[in-house]
Ligand binder design. Structure first.
Ligand SMILES: *[C@@H]1O[C@H](CO)[C@@H](O)[C@H](O)[C@H]1NC(C)=O
Ligand SMILES: *[C@@H]1O[C@H](CO)[C@@H](O)[C@H](O)[C@H]1NC(C)=O
Length: 223
């Protein structure tokens, strides 16, 4: 119990929500396209790795606004999400484009990040680091962000503790001179073709994109 508490008490992921201003918008018009994109992001919602307010929302206090039905996922390998930069587009579109993974809660009239999409965003950030690590300018921001994502996903996996049982198969391992091992049998779990009980992520995605229409216009406009 104490180690669980210790791992949960590490810095809370936080949302950076900055308000747009007319002055900023007017200034940005005279800048280059790149600067405009950057300012656009600044006006909107994004995930950040900096530490900030330690707000703790108890799970039932502010629930996700709609009921999400159960679903079953059968794991299977996919070629549609390659590690290399060829996969950029498909990985990026895992996060819904209008809402960017955020909701404007109808009851509290506040913005929240939906963990599922923060988690997918973080997995994608790790993928980029793996595929481009050596090319990336390893400035503090990239390193901090990657470290944040690694920590954030570690805690997400611990929290969900998926106890689905995966079959174990025997495989014959050929002799390996470099490791100084002779032929033997190993027991391995591959993880594919296993049914997991989960929540219907298509319902979650649909809700977020519908919810985007209820956002205060200054946040919708920054898309
Ligand atoms: C992206 O996903 C689509 C299916 O949604 C697939 O046809 C396409 O090959 C994928 N792209 C890559 C680079 O794998
Ligand atoms: C390789 O394994 C054999 C038998 O298990 C052992 O006698 C030998 O010292 C090992 N060689 C190395 C380099 O570890």
């Amino acid at each position: 119990m104490s180690s669980l508490q210790a791992s949960m008490s590490t810095s809370m992921p936080q949302i950076l929500l900055s308000k747009g201003s007319l002055a900023l918008l007017l200034t940005s018009i005279s800048f280059s396209l790149l600067v405009n994109i950057y300012v656009g992001l600044e006006l909107g919602l994004r995930w950040a790795s900096a530490s900030g307010p330690q707000d703790v929302l108890t799970p039932d206090e502010i629930p996700f606004p709609v009921m999400v039905p159960e679903a079953v996922l059968k794991t299977a390998p996919s070629l549609n999400y390659p590690v290399s930069s060829d996969g950029d587009r498909n990985w990026t579109t895992l996060v819904p484009p209008l809402s960017s993974g955020f909701i404007y809660h109808p009851r509290t009239q506040q913005f929240y990040s939906v963990s599922l999409y923060h988690q997918l965003h973080c997995l994608n950030a790790l993928r980029k680091y793996i595929s481009r690590g050596p090319e990336l300018r390893l400035d503090d921001e990239v390193v901090t962000h990657t470290g944040h994502c690694l920590d954030y996903l570690r805690e997400a996996l611990l929290c969900h503790s998926d106890t689905t049982l995966e079959p174990v198969h025997d495989i014959i391992v050929p002799p390996d001179d470099r490791k100084n091992t002779s032929q033997h049998t190993d027991k391995v779990a591959q993880g594919w073709n296993v049914l997991h009980r989960c929540k219907d992520w298509a319902v979650v995605r649909r809700y977020l994109e519908d919810n985007w229409r209820s956002w205060p216009p200054e946040h919708r406009d920054s898309k």
